[in-house]
Design a protein around this ligand. Structure first.
Ligand code: DQA
Length: 149
């Protein structure tokens, strides 16, 4: 079975309560359910991880590499600052898709740069929480192309 890890960065645990006009009303608990349902339907095993700490996300990327086949990552605010997360993705070398709930390109200028996105083979943005399913599909399709099952 294909195994993927979904990595969520800072403040995503507050989904539903956090700026709902931007991120919507879906709670983090609902997002977890949505992702598990989608992965089950696609026949993939998934682990969902969230941290508010940059180094902990780097650790998760490194440690996950022995078990998982690829990553879907929403680095949240670290998107726009973290060379460390970019380097961790490059170091492990697994396929990765970046996802953002909001359309970061239509927001403040500082959100228009993504360091982890420089490694990811695809970025999904502005689709709301449903974008996680789009990102998972892209990752699973890529892994299938690579013969991973
Ligand atoms: C976000 C966009 C980031 O700019 C922001 O810092 C987040 C969430 C998104 O999912 O739209 O925390 O990654």
């Amino acid at each position: 079975m294909v195994r993927i890890m979904i990595i969520n960065g800072p403040n995503l645990n507050l989904l539903g309560r956090r700026e709902p006009q931007i991120y919507g009303h879906t709670t983090y608990a609902d997002l977890i359910k949505l992702i598990h349902k989608h992965c089950t339907e696609r026949g993939a095993e998934c682990k969902i991880f969230q941290s508010n700490h940059e180094g902990t996300i780097v650790d998760a990327i490194q440690e996950g590499a022995d078990y998982f086949d690829g990553y879907v990552i929403n680095p949240a605010a670290y998107t726009h600052t973290s060379v460390a997360i970019l380097d961790a993705l490059k170091a492990v070398g697994l396929p990765a898709v970046e996802v953002h709930i909001s359309d970061v390109d239509k927001r403040e200028k500082f959100r228009q740069i993504s360091y982890p996105g420089m490694y990811c083979f695809k970025t999904v943005k502005g689709e709301g929480v449903q974008g996680y399913c789009t990102a998972i599909d892209a990752l699973l399709d890529k892994l299938a192309e690579q013969g991973c099952r």
